[in-house]
Design a protein around this ligand. Structure first.
Ligand SMILES: *[C@@H]1O[C@H](CO)[C@@H](O)[C@H](O)[C@H]1NC(C)=O
Ligand SMILES: *[C@@H]1O[C@H](CO)[C@@H](O)[C@H](O)[C@H]1NC(C)=O
Ligand SMILES: *[C@@H]1O[C@H](CO)[C@@H](O)[C@H](O)[C@H]1NC(C)=O
Ligand SMILES: *[C@@H]1O[C@H](CO)[C@@H](O)[C@H](O)[C@H]1NC(C)=O
Ligand SMILES: *[C@@H]1O[C@H](CO)[C@@H](O)[C@H](O)[C@H]1NC(C)=O
Length: 469
């Protein structure tokens, strides 16, 4: 039977059964460049598939909120367990969001996949139930990108009888995301067989999984013990954020086996400083993006490979940063303990810099910083403990002069006057017109400056109070 005939039959059958005009309750979202848009339907649309008519030309179908249950009359007319109509749509991506997936539906879907063009499959906040009759697809799986975000599996889905099915699904993948997937990542002996199927994956995201150093060692061991052993991986992106990785030791074998790695995310792991600094980050050779944010590290000395272009070191305990890689384009140093401006003269390609939330009191001290600022396209440097006195005048001039680049100016630049209980003030609102003299006399006593400051301040405070009343 021709595809169109089958569809027509479905429709006629449906109209005959229900005998009513259907109000569509799917929503079509705007297409992004290069696709025809996404059709978003509630899960119960499967009870009345005609409502999905409007999704006919869409490349993406999202089913959300509810239980995915198919009425048996909408299964194929050819007797096999497949969702006939699905194979007729020009679908490239299926997204299942906040749904429960009974085994019958899952089997049917997996059986149908090889007949579709679906190459992206996304499961979010979803529960997968046991498969009563595990499907046994013979044709290759078309899915190349599988994304599971907060997915709960029935434990039986991870047991050995399922390994052939898991392997079938995994071996075609180039992109795999398993984020916050409890149990979905048993990397022990038992799962070695499926892990080896990841040999062709180029982007692997295992964030938020309580992975430990031991599980990473197991992962490497699985790869080398598979038949034939996987000697090198094609990984270009590896994301291990928000796990329990403590040192690079467990990770080293994996990094050494990944000569094409360009992006590594280790953010939000409590990296143990003493075990850190291993040469293995250097061994990958191609690393361009390195995320070490919120890892508790106190120093970046000797850690950053020479080729890195995007470096995130925010949320750590760095007191200084120097010797940036030459090709650095983006540097994130927010929320550290820097009290001196980092020396970035060597980073001639630098475009984005964040220094907000540190312990900087003066931005004008180093002439080199002005040179760096000239190159930058974007800078964040608010939430630092600036003072309200004349000593900030040069910093304020610098910031005002670059207001188009300083993204957090002026709202994040606050100071608290010493001499009064008044609330914090914005640097932008300080009246520094009487400061010239004081700045010229920096070598003389600080007392005089403080008097001037107190004077400036009381003027501002009075002005602000007047406005507020
Ligand atoms: C990886 O890709 C190669 C070439 O496309 C293929 O021969 C091989 O079977 C794939 N590996 C796995 C584990 O699927
Ligand atoms: C690394 O990239 C090169 C060039 O794209 C490719 O030829 C090589 O096969 C890749 N290595 C691995 C292990 O995938
Ligand atoms: C680094 O990881 C954090 C999350 O842990 C993320 O918010 C941040 O955007 C990442 N940095 C870069 C440069 O992608
Ligand atoms: C890694 O490479 C950087 C830049 O070439 C170098 O400064 C650092 O000392 C190296 N680290 C190790 C542990 O070899
Ligand atoms: C500052 O506030 C404290 C309590 O909040 C108060 O006792 C004190 O008198 C205030 N000082 C000035 C100068 O307003």
């Amino acid at each position: 039977m021709k595809a169109w005939h089958r569809l027509l039959l479905t429709l006629l059958l449906w109209v005959e059964l229900e005998g009513a005009v259907v109000m569509a309750n799917c929503i079509v979202t705007d297409p992004e460049y290069g696709d025809t848009g996404r059709c978003v339907c509630p899960a119960n649309v499967l009870q009345k598939p005609l409502q999905m008519m409007m999704c006919m030309q869409m490349s993406e179908l999202e089913l959300q909120d509810g239980v995915l249950q198919l009425d048996s009359k909408y299964l194929s007319f050819q007797g096999s367990d497949e969702i006939g109509a699905l194979a007729l749509l020009p679908l490239e991506r299926i997204l299942l969001t906040r749904v429960r997936i009974p085994g019958v539906f899952l089997s049917t879907l997996l059986n149908t996949l090889p007949r579709t063009e679906v190459h992206q499959f996304d499961l979010t906040d979803t529960t997968l139930e046991a498969l009563p009759h595990p499907p046994n697809p013979t044709e290759p799986c078309p899915v190349t990108s599988l994304r599971m975000d907060r997915v709960t599996f029935d434990p039986s889905l991870l047991r050995p009888p399922m390994h052939p099915l898991n392997a079938w699904l995994l071996s075609s993948l180039t992109h795999l995301t398993l984020r916050a997937v409890p149990g979905g990542l048993s990397l022990g002996n038992e799962a070695c067989a499926t892990i080896a199927m990841l040999a062709n994956v180029t982007e692997l995201d295992l964030s938020e999984n309580s992975l430990t150093d031991e599980s990473l060692v197991d992962l490497s061991r699985c790869l080398s013990s598979s038949v034939p052993p996987v000697s090198s991986l094609g990984l270009s992106v590896l994301r291990l954020g928000q796990n329990q990785v403590r040192s690079l030791e467990g990770l080293c074998p994996l990094l050494r086996a990944s000569p094409n790695l360009t992006e590594l995310d280790l953010s939000q792991n409590s990296l143990d400083g003493s075990a850190f600094g291993s040469a293995c980050l250097n061994s990958t050779g191609q690393l361009k993006t390195l995320n070490l944010s919120s890892t508790g590290i106190q120093t970046a000395v000797g850690l950053v490979p020479a080729g890195v272009e995007v470096l995130d070191l925010s949320g750590n305990r760095l007191r200084e940063f120097r010797n940036p890689p030459e090709g650095l384009r983006e540097l994130y140093l927010s929320n550290n303990h820097l009290s001196l401006l980092p020396d970035l003269t060597g980073a001639s390609q630098l475009q984005l810099l964040s220094l907000d939330g540190n312990r900087l009191t003066d931005l004008s001290g180093e002439t080199s910083f002005r040179l760096v600022l000239d190159r930058l396209l974007e800078l964040r440097v608010g939430r630092n403990p600036f003072t309200c006195g004349c000593e900030v005048i040069k910093s304020v001039e610098l910031l005002r002069g670059n207001r188009n680049k300083v993204l957090d100016w002026p709202d994040d630049f606050l100071c608290t006057p010493l001499a009064s209980n008044s609330t914090t003030l914005r640097l932008e609102d300080l009246d520094l017109t009487n400061c010239d003299q004081a700045v010229d006399e920096t070598s003389s006593s600080g007392m005089k400056m403080n008097v001037n400051v107190a004077l400036c301040m009381s003027v501002v405070v009075v002005a602000v109070t007047a406005i507020l009343e």
